[in-house]
Design a protein around this ligand. Structure first.
Ligand code: DGT
Ligand code: CA
Ligand code: CA
Ligand code: ZN
Length: 577
């Protein structure tokens, strides 16, 4: 079954409604699709599975025609009716759908009245006078559209780590398994675990480079061959991602791996260190007047320069070379050291799996505890729990826990931080939980000062164990909201509030660039997948990678504690943690 989300069903129906509207079709028909989208959005249950099983009969507001279309979409991953409709419009029109803040009404006005059917045309219009004639396009709106367009340009050629990782590993395995490849790796920003990437830099050691570049450009995923030479090739995949391959000899491999892992800034420092030792370092080898060190693997290069091997995540020229000189590199946290997690959802709010299913998946992952933090009542769009449902969940979890050995579910809540910094539940109820994650899910547009005060007020609550997804950013999609992160770190240190490293590949929030500082101030990190389905527990791997990038060690990460120690820690008042 195609891996298709509720969002896809909803956006497809909405798009159909809009296209019918643009065509000037009967408004009843349009309304039926729009209503359908709304019903699918709010349906209490696994609507995707029901649609795939053609089991939508009896759902009010979804007629037979719509049932069939949803079934086709959910079971095959596409819908012929939708594709045909799209084909009636210039393909560039659909770019407009990707501009943040541009809803169906506005797109229709632009298309009908100004004949705008591409982002390029929209940009021109926004810079000129014409657009002011349309109702609903005041100065502020136009500014917002222009900034959304510039965001789109900025992000156009980047990809989220989690979006490329599965494919990257598949392609790497294919190269590794080639009989004429002795070593292989993905270098570049992928190896450094950057949160977003421009391209993938594959590297192989081989004696048959021409055969390998051909093998690479013949991959079935290739959309376009950008360059194809004897030892180098570049391809673009169907999803737009560029992949480079360099084929080198086995002795050159460690040098190429070091060089193409980057970062550029790290390499500049390293080369100047080499020069001081009378060695010149490039992507092939060491040269120079000094004795040439023997190099079998990457660590030998660092050792030759008087450094311990530096984990790729740290190679951003943020003090790692100095630390490697003095033997003060951190002993980085490992995925295998995580014993549990706190921020996870179930079908009680907007998750896809039940408590039992989530618990089973967590045990399969080898975790000792799984924290359940479903949404609170203000997040009604996510079916947040009210006081009664949360109290019931606490009891259910207690009962379930009686059936486990060496494993426990923890009762938590992802409680909404309201606009003024107060919480969505009273202290009395929060006090009955094992812990609580406090997050912002609405009113994102406060000025920085107010937003910071809002978060600080939440942290000052004794029951707030940790802050969830600190800045609300969605990588390559939505900017972080305005917040003074240094002040938040100060307050976290003072109030002993943990800060989450949200591992959802869209978030990876708090940003890795802040963790070193937070750790220095004694702030603890919780690596949380924010799992909305059992398979999303795998996001922990991205969290571990980004935690490394933030220089974190086992002792900085609260969910590296084994269950019994964690329970003792949770039982302490915040001031003693
Ligand atoms: P990105 O933009 O996500 O692909 O980031 P990277 O770091 O993967 O950048 P990329 O693919 O352009 O190059 C991979 C590595 O190769 C880079 O991190 C360092 C090295 N490199 C590439 N070009 C240069 C250069 O002109 N000078 C130096 N020193 N290093 C370079
Ligand atoms: Ca790259
Ligand atoms: Ca590259
Ligand atoms: Zn959340």
């Amino acid at each position: 079954m195609p891996d298709l989300s509720r969002d896809t069903l909803v956006s497809t129906l909405e798009e159909i409604a809009l296209l019918l509207e643009l065509k000037g079709e009967n408004p009843f028909k349009t309304r039926a699709y729009r209503k359908g989208a709304e019903i699918v959005q709010n349906f209490d249950g696994d609507i995707v599975a029901l649609a795939a099983a053609n089991d939508l009969k009896g759902i009010k507001g979804i007629g037979e025609a719509l049932q069939q279309k949803l079934h086709e979409l959910a079971s095959s991953g596409s819908l012929a009716y939708h594709e045909d409709l799209r084909a009636e419009f210039p393909p560039t029109l659909f770019e407009l759908f990707e501009v943040q803040g541009l809803g169906p009404k506005k797109i229709k006005a632009l298309y009908d009245q100004l004949k705008i059917s591409s982002v390029e045309e929209l940009k021109e219009a926004c810079q000129g006078q014409d657009i002011a004639k349309l109702s609903g396009f005041g100065k502020k709106t136009v500014e917002k559209i222009l900034s959304a367009i510039s965001n789109r340009e900025k992000f156009a050629d980047r990809f989220r780590l989690g979006e490329v990782a599965p494919l990257a590993e598949t392609l790497l395995a294919r190269l590794r398994d080639h009989p004429k490849v002795s070593r292989s790796a993905i270098a570049g920003s992928y190896r450094r675990s950057k949160e977003t990437l421009h391209d993938l830099d594959f590297l192989v050691a081989t004696t048959a480079s021409a055969e390998l570049t051909k093998f690479f450009t013949d991959f079935p995923e290739v959309h376009e061959v950008i360059a194809h030479g004897e030892t180098k090739a570049s391809i673009r995949l169907e999803n737009g991602l560029q992949c480079d391959l360099r084929a080198v000899s086995n002795p050159h491999f460690p040098f190429a791996l070091q060089y193409f892992t980057g970062s550029k800034e790290h390499n500049v420092e390293l080369r100047s260190l080499a020069l001081k030792k009378g060695l010149s370092l490039n992507e092939y080898d060491f040269t120079g007047d000094s004795e040439i060190p023997e190099v079998q693997e990457e660590a030998d290069i660092y050792r030759a320069l008087g450094l311990s091997w530096i984990a790729p995540e740290l190679r951003e020229n943020r003090g790692e070379i100095e630390a490697a000189k003095t033997g003060e590199l951190p002993k980085l946290i490992e995925l295998s050291q995580l014993k549990g997690t706190f921020h996870n959802h179930t079908t009680a709010s907007d998750g896809k799996n039940t408590l039992e299913e989530m618990a089973e998946a967590a045990r399969d992952h080898g975790l000792q505890y799984l924290g359940i933090a479903d949404h609170s009542k203000s997040s009604f769009q996510a079916n947040g729990l009210d006081e009664k449902r949360l109290s019931e969940q606490i009891v259910t979890i207690q009962k379930l826990n009686e059936s486990f050995q060496d494993f426990a579910l923890l009762s938590g809540s992802e409680v909404d931080i309201l606009k003024d910094g107060s919480l969505d539940f009273e202290d009395e109820l929060l006090g009955q939980l094992d812990y609580c994650v406090a997050s912002i899910h609405n009113v994102f547009n406060l000025p920085e000062k107010e937003m910071t005060t809002r978060l600080i007020r939440a942290m000052e609550n004794e029951h707030v164990t940790m802050l969830g997804h600190l800045t609300g950013r969605l990588l390559l999609r939505r900017d972080p909201y305005a917040v003074d992160i240094q002040k938040i770190i100060d307050c976290a240190a003072e109030t002993r509030t943990v800060i989450e490293l949200n591992c959802n590949p869209w978030r990876l929030d708090m940003d890795w660039r802040w963790w070193q500082r937070a750790r220095d101030q004694g702030v603890l990190c919780a690596i949380n997948p924010d799992a909305h389905a059992t398979e999303q527990l795998q996001f922990l791997a991205y969290g571990a990678r980004l935690a490394k990038k933030g220089w974190l060690e086992q002792g900085d990460v609260i969910n590296s504690l084994p269950l019994t120690e964690l329970q003792k820690w949770l039982a302490l008042p915040k001031s003693e943690r």
